[in-house]
Design a protein around this ligand. Structure first.
Ligand code: ACO
Length: 380
């Protein structure tokens, strides 16, 4: 080895890049810890605003703190006209691109956009967390040739989002399902978009810049995932009796089954566990809509059995994407917008990491292993 730098770890695999009090992923135990609580303890028992408070302030809120946070976030939902103009200009762009473009303009609406003091960071976190659903819903409307629907402050965050997309108030089960989904994806260790936000924040850059960069990282298919292909798979299979033959053919052709397997979790992903329960609740509530769920459940059981048979010892379990697809589709949301809807949950986690990184105030600046040539001379 030339020089003094140790060899690079490809993709930083196995490198511990920093400390955090926010969340921890234990892939062998199948645990996701958020601010000290296991996800399975939080999800369904605390709402999104409570989980955001936990990440931003280090503790679940008391009754008055929660009321105040809900009020603040609801008041911040409307977005400035200049931002809506960007959403309209991006009508034909993918929703996650429109969100990135619109998010970048939100610093225009801050009195001191470069202020990274704790108070300014909390203010920016509230503003971004309040407005992401408004932006995604407005884009869904304009991309379908419809007018955006202004947000309402009297609805919960999830109910308001569904109202802004569909133009009618959702039933409480649907709103609760979306709220639980957003709690479930609120933070997930040092994933690529979170790391991106921290790298940007570590230069003492501002919250809006850090979050805009994080959206760019989330957009890629290796991170934002692909719940869309799960739905494509279910459509192609069509009926449960066709599942086994289809799965065996796919595996024989060397293809992967979407919605199964995970790089970190070698046992069941706790997020899949939580969203599976959400899917059950929705099925029970909407008996007339249960066919997609019944098919998905039957396909899931067949895939797990066939994977164990064809890929023994690989521990391939249902992952979060499978249930995300089922839950978001049942809410009448289009696969195209799934990644942007995910960002509406993850935004609170990104902001928390920016707050934590600003408090740490240490530049993230790794080295690289030089593998280029040396000693060349300019010949003229
Ligand atoms: N279907 C069939 N076989 C699979 C699958 C799958 N979904 N996932 C892994 N395998 C097999 C591989 O073919 C490989 O088999 P081999 O030992 O015979 O070569 C073995 O399991 C190990 O595969 P790796 O690629 O080493 O597993 P890795 O942990 O890197 O893969 C990944 C994780 C990318 C998620 C993979 O399971 C996959 O492609 N799943 C399908 C796509 C998907 O659902 N993505 C969303 C993931 S959730 C999220 O990231 C938020």
């Amino acid at each position: 080895m030339e020089g003094t730098t140790p060899p690079a770890r490809r993709g930083l695999d196995g490198v511990v890049a920093g400390q955090t009090r926010l969340s921890h992923v234990d892939g062998l135990a199948g645990q996701l810890i958020i601010g000290g609580y296991e996800l399975t303890e939080l999800a369904g028992r605390v709402g999104f605003e409570e989980a955001a408070h936990l990440l931003w302030r280090g503790a679940l809120p008391g009754t008055e703190e929660l009321e105040e946070l809900r009020r603040d976030l609801a008041a911040l939902r409307p977005v400035p006209a200049q931002t809506i103009r960007v959403v309209r200009a991006a009508a034909q762009a993918p929703p996650i691109d429109a969100l990135r473009m619109a998010c970048a303009t939100l610093s225009l609406d801050l009195d001191a956009p470069d202020d990274i003091s704790p108070a300014a960071d909390i203010a920016a976190a509230k503003m971004l967390t309040a407005r992401f659903p408004t932006l995604v819903a407005a884009h869904a409307r304009v991309s379908a040739g419809q007018e955006p629907i202004p947000p309402r402050a009297d609805l919960s965050r999830a109910a308001n989002f569904l109202y802004m997309v569909h133009g009618k108030e959702p039933d409480p089960i649907a709103a609760r399902a979306l709220d639980t989904y957003w709690v479930t994806v609120i933070d997930h260790g040092m994933n690529a978009s979170t790391f991106t936000s921290r790298v940007i924040a570590s230069t003492r850059s501002d919250m809006v810049s850090a979050v805009t960069g994080a959206i760019g990282a989330l957009k890629g298919p290796l991170h934002g995932g692909a719940p869309g292909p799960v739905l494509d798979m279910l459509t192609v299979i069509g009926s449960s009796d066709r599942a086994e033959g289809w799965v065996r053919n796919e595996l024989a052709a060397g293809r992967r089954i979407m919605g199964f397997g995970h790089r970190v979790y070698k046992v069941r992903d706790p997020r899949a566990e939580v969203l599976s329960r959400v899917a059950d609740e929705m099925t029970a509530a909407h008996l007339e809509d249960r066919r997609p769920f019944d098919l998905a459940r039957a396909v899931e059981q067949t895939v797990l059995r066939v994977l164990d048979d064809v890929k023994p010892g690989r521990n391939l379990r249902t992952n979060v994407e499978f249930y995300t697809a089922l839950v978001l589709q049942a809410l009448g949301l289009t696969p195209r917008s799934f990644v942007a809807i995910f960002a509406c949950g993850r935004i609170a986690g990104w902001c928390a990491h920016v707050i934590e990184q600003h408090a740490e105030d240490h530049l993230i600046r790794p080295q690289s292993e030089y593998v280029g040539r040396r000693g060349l001379k300019v010949e003229r």
